[in-house]
Ligand binder design. Structure first.
Ligand code: 13P
Length: 255
């Protein structure tokens, strides 16, 4: 089973709409016709419309970084799945460790968002990963299992092929510390096994599992060559077109 590689850029709270435009233009110019790799960019909310217009007609897809599970109502400061669809977003990051740690998001809340995203034809990129303390305590796999089972509760076999999982060890995010290929592949294989248990082998083999955490052009080829690493969720190296494009090239080169 060959899973098409996916490279997603999480711009986090970087790039105003004005700053986002040239970055999106550079990505479209260099990779807008690339069909070897799926490419998603996730700008902040305020740049979604600008970036959406620039990538329109190219093979680059638009993702948002967060949403609220309800369709509308008195939730000051929040944004719904329908609002994101209206801006032609196709993907949504859910459960990023920064949302979990700084904004107190629980697996139950992330699960509500996952179900709402799927109902609205948004493809969730469900982020999971252990902290350094959890890794040192030997609980990595247990933590990841809880996050995946919690996040996917009630997601049907038909729906789950639209979900992407991103394994992002918290200690590797923005720190320059990257998981070794063996550490990453071990967790990815564990996640694949868990998906087999939850959904059966045929479906589990279709679900992409991305690695995130200081992925850059220098370490990407080795990580992307691992059997269960189906792409990358990129923070820092997605903020500059050159490094992001090099990551796309690295993903396309994996046979
Ligand atoms: P870095 O690539 O900056 O480590 O960020 C990873 C990440 O959190 C992507 O969601």
């Amino acid at each position: 089973m060959i899973r098409k590689k996916l490279i997603a850029g999480n711009w986090k709270m970087n790039k105003s709409a004005t700053e986002a435009a040239p970055l999106a233009q550079e990505i479209v110019a260099a990779a807008g016709r690339n069909t070897d790799v799926d490419i998603v960019v996730c700008p902040p909310f305020t740049a979604l419309e600008t970036v959406g217009k620039i990538i329109d007609g190219s093979s680059i897809k638009l993702g948002a970084q967060n949403m609220h599970p309800e369709a509308s109502g008195a939730y000051t400061g929040e944004i719904s799945a329908g609002m994101l669809r209206d801006l032609f977003a196709s993907h949504i990051l859910l459960g990023h460790s920064e949302r979990r740690s700084y904004f107190g998001e629980t697996d139950a809340f992330i699960n509500k968002k996952t179900l709402a995203a799927l109902k609205n034809q948004l493809r969730p990129i469900l982020c999971v990963g252990e902290t350094l303390a959890e890794r040192e305590a030997g609980t990595t796999l247990k933590v990841v299992q809880t996050q995946i089972e919690g996040g996917l509760e009630g997601v049907t076999k038909d729906q789950v092929t639209n979900v992407v999982i991103a394994y992002e060890p918290v200690w590797a995010i923005g720190t320059g510390k990257v998981a070794t290929t063996a550490q990453a592949q071990e967790v990815h294989a564990f996640i694949r096994g868990l998906l087999v248990k939850l959904y059966g082998d045929a479906i589990a083999q279709k679900i992409r599992i991305l690695y995130g955490g200081s992925m850059k052009p220098s370490n990407a080829p080795e990580l992307l060559a691992q059997k269960d690493i189906d792409g990358g969720l990129i923070g820092g190296a997605s903020l500059e077109s050159r490094s992001f494009l090099e990551l796309i090239t690295a993903a396309a080169a994996v046979k």
